[in-house]
Design a protein around this ligand. Structure first.
Ligand code: MLT
Length: 264
């Protein structure tokens, strides 16, 4: 792991392997370790860059709110610091997907391919935005323990919850380890997201849209519609997975990713 100063931030980043650059951007409220099965396997095919976003994992934070645009700017600055000038394969899950849309808008020339996992293009309803404000306030008051209880049943497929106690436990620990400030800043940032459906027809980048069959946060039908709205997209639904598809069904996820990247 390396510490990198970029865009006025200090970010911790996993950077291993050689060849095409695969940038893995984690979801909320996680860090680069959610990509463990990808880090282990895909370093054989690519230079894998997996940062901890501002405030998460080993990265610092000093903000009340972080917009998806700001995370995207951090990532572009990170690539600069790592001397990566070639276009990258940007793979983002959920909040990482919200950031992917902003990265495309701001830095289209830096993208070779896009992989969006279990994410959305619509913005929050007023109730959802209110829920995020409440979670931000509660995390700052009480810490992040309560988030695991509310989020885990939504993040994982029912079978994962029943049959994979170790995975559930690791994910619980990861959620609870998130700092209250990073949780609050990301929730406030996500609540200010714009609806980006109108961007889809202009995203002229080969895109893989992946979704777990049992995802209740970004349902498969909604992700199928995202793929249908993109000019050059492949849609894949993964069996035996919920919102955390790359973690719940890593063999299949890695196979699909490798095929899309033509690494097999
Ligand atoms: C995530 O997995 O990043 C979150 O579920 C995104 C969200 O809260 O909208």
């Amino acid at each position: 792991m390396r510490q990198v100063h970029c865009n006025g931030q200090q970010l911790q980043v996993f950077d291993e392997g050689h060849g095409p650059v695969l940038l893995l951007v984690h979801g909320f409220p996680l860090d680069h370790t959610m990509w463990k099965p990808q880090l282990e396997e895909l370093v054989k095919d690519a230079r894998v860059i997996a940062p901890d976003l501002r405030g998460f994992g080993g990265s610092l934070i000093n903000d009340d709110t972080v917009l998806m645009e700001q995370y995207a700017d951090d990532l572009a600055a990170l690539l600069d610091q790592l001397d990566i000038n070639q276009p990258v394969i940007f793979c983002g899950l959920s909040m990482g997907g919200y950031i992917a849309w902003q990265f495309w808008k701001r830095y289209p020339a830096r993208l070779e391919k896009l992989i969006v996992c279990d994410t959305r293009v619509v913005n929050d309803t007023p109730e959802m935005a209110r829920g995020r404000q409440l979670m931000a306030e509660r995390a700052m008051r009480e810490g992040t323990e309560f988030i695991a209880e509310t989020m885990l049943p939504k993040l994982l497929a029912p079978d994962t919850l029943k049959k994979c106690p170790e995975l559930v436990d690791d994910l619980r620990k990861l959620v609870v380890s998130a700092s209250p400030m990073s949780v609050a800043a990301a929730q406030r940032g996500m609540s200010q997201r714009k609806d980006v459906r109108g961007w889809l027809p202009n995203i002229n980048v080969p895109t893989l849209v992946v979704c777990g069959r049992y995802d209740v946060v970004s349902p498969s039908e909604e992700m199928h519609e995202i793929a249908a709205g993109l000019p050059d997209a492949v849609f894949v639904e993964l069996a035996d997975a919920g919102h955390m598809a790359p973690l719940e069904n890593p063999e299949e996820f890695n196979r699909v990713l490798r095929k899309f990247c033509q690494w097999c």
